[in-house]
Design a protein around this ligand. Sequence first.
Ligand SMILES: *Cc1c(COP(=O)(O)O)cnc(C)c1O
Length: 400
Amino acid sequence: MKNHKNGFGTIATHAGNEANETHAHVQPIYQSSTYGFDSVEFGQAIWREERDGYIYGRLGNPNNDATAQAIAALEGKNLAERPYGLLCGSGMAAISTVILPLVNAGDTIVSQQALYSYAYNLFAYHLPQKGIQHVAFHGPDLNDLDRALATAENVKVIYIETPVNPTMALTDIRGVVERAKAIGATVVIDNTFATPYLQRPLEMGVDVSIHSTTKYLSGHGGVVGGAIITPDAQLHRKFMTALFHYGGVAGPMDAWLTLLGIRTLHVRMERHCENALAVAEFLAAHPAVEKVYYPGLESFDQHELAKRQMDDFGAMLSFELKGGYAAGATLMNNVKLCSLAVSLGTVDTLIQHPASMTHFRLSPADRAAMGISEGLVRLSVGIEDVQDIIADLEQGLVVV
Ligand SMILES: *Cc1c(COP(=O)(O)O)cnc(C)c1O
């Protein structure tokens, strides 16, 4: 289908609103595990893909299709054709559904060293037990990617995440694509932190964009889900087959909630970004704070790269306190408005401590290699009135 040229907000508020028999203005939830056939011939035609139709919940339902198509329309806003989309039961289901069909024993996955921790564990510890090799590179340094590619054999996938959780380091997307094309590897990106509102990797030549829809896309903290978007028909079919076999599908209710969230993605992201910049500037000027990592700050190492490949800088940031771990623990125990919780991308502000929470399963050496110090604090800045977020942090920060 030809992609029309509406703006991002118009696509977000309309995409996936397919016709339904009842003329309900919002697509109903098709909470059904199976779908009837008018006749044997009718059923056969659907199985043979000679006509559209639904068969069984794991093999697709109208809510999953609508939501996947909406995300695909946003990711491919400026592509000539709308890319393909699949909805999964979690971000990790999306990651495993993409990776497993792309690699066999003897193949290599080259990925960033710093990654969402469960993705890193999948590549660095789990898949090597099945004969799939893993080589890591330092994301901000493409010379290090060149070194990795020079030593690795049978590289099938280059996997990146930018900005990365939790240090906000960026990887040059176009530079990675160029190197992958030269060796025929598939580039997979985790685009969760940026969302298509801020960064559309498929437009930069990336083959597959993955989301944890748990975060900004659903946006309200009510869903765990994932999505796989690719412009490549063959890859899409591969992932769809893998999804049917491995079974990591999303349920219709979660798909519906995610689409409801997507309707306001552009409005939320605008406020998220505005608040995050103000919070980052407040923290950077605070005497208790050693260093702030936020791509929107001019002091951020990769601010120029952020401006090149992102439309704005997002609402995730992390910071080091001069008082180290103890000061971080005090802050996290003293906040009243911010919630001490993992996850991110919800309308309210979340604060957490990677070394003891999201990244605690990694060895201290892996954490150090990812740039995660014991005192690093991560914030997912919400859409509250920003002076209230700042006041809450202010009363919890201890000057040492
Ligand atoms: C949360 C997250 C994931 C995993 O998603 P789930 O929905 O929790 O499975 C992957 N990547 C990033 C960047 C995340 O923040």
